[in-house]
Design a protein around this ligand. Structure first.
Ligand code: SF4
Length: 225
């Protein structure tokens, strides 16, 4: 099996195992809000908060700027703790989007300018910035969050380093080498690897015995030997 076919096969196996997954929003502002709500939250709580913001029609920069503070707080609180930090991050993001109405076009343009435009946004981090570039702007960049990093390493992509950012870059390079050059392929890879890292290939107790990737996974074979 070629290397490209290997990753494709692994992703096919995850897709068969999990079925269709919810995907991150494609609208840049909604995705930014989704990122802020995701930090220290769970997908269920994050989605409840996002749905509440949608119900009060606060999912554009202008609408969020205008909405009553009490309504905004009640919606954001559904994501869990750190409500104050989330509200501060949202306020900064709203200001940035309102000051740069052409931001969605800028991030869809050349990468250096797109990165510069996203840098000032709070709570994104490297993986969040890359999710913005991939899902809201259509750049072929694989976001490597802690889950993708863990799954990638266990499957033999990249090598660990004490510095998470260095490890993540190695995992990103190794996985990207095997991805077809299409936005769909990059989005599918992120969605399934990240979901797998959160539900089956968990940090302390991966469920290798039920994992559909066991026959292809060096770490899984070691753990189940
Ligand atoms: S076999 Fe285990 S370590 Fe390997 S991907 Fe599956 S859950 Fe993770």
């Amino acid at each position: 099996m070629t290397r490209v076919a290997r990753l494709d096969g692994l992703l096919d196996a995850l897709q068969n195992f999990y079925g269709a997954l919810p995907t991150p929003p494609r609208d840049p502002f909604t995705l930014f809000v989704w990122e802020v709500l995701s930090v220290h939250s769970t997908p269920r709580k994050r989605d409840a908060a996002l749905a509440a913001l949608k119900r009060i029609r606060a999912l554009t920069p202008d609408a969020m700027w205008r909405v009553a503070r009490a309504k905004l707080e009640a919606s954001v609180a559904l994501a869990g703790p750190y409500a104050e930090q989330r509200l501060r991050a949202l306020k900064t993001g709203v200001d940035l989007f309102r000051r740069s109405p052409n931001l969605p076009a800028v991030i869809r343009g050349p990468l250096p300018a797109a990165r510069r435009a996203l840098k000032p946004f709070p709570q994104l981090g490297e993986a969040g910035l890359h999710r913005m570039l991939l899902f809201a702007a259509g750049h072929q960049i694989l976001p490597v969050d802690a889950r993708v990093n863990r799954v990638g390493l266990r499957l033999g992509y990249g090598e660990p380093n004490d510095d998470f950012r260095k490890t993540a870059r190695r995992v990103q390079t190794a996985l990207t080498r095997e991805l077809a050059p299409s936005v769909d392929a990059f989005q599918r890879a992120f969605e399934y690897l990240s979901h797998h890292g959160g539900s089956t290939c968990t940090e302390t107790d991966p469920h290798c015995h039920v994992c559909p990737l066991l026959t292809e996974c060096p770490e899984g074979k070691r753990r189940t030997a």
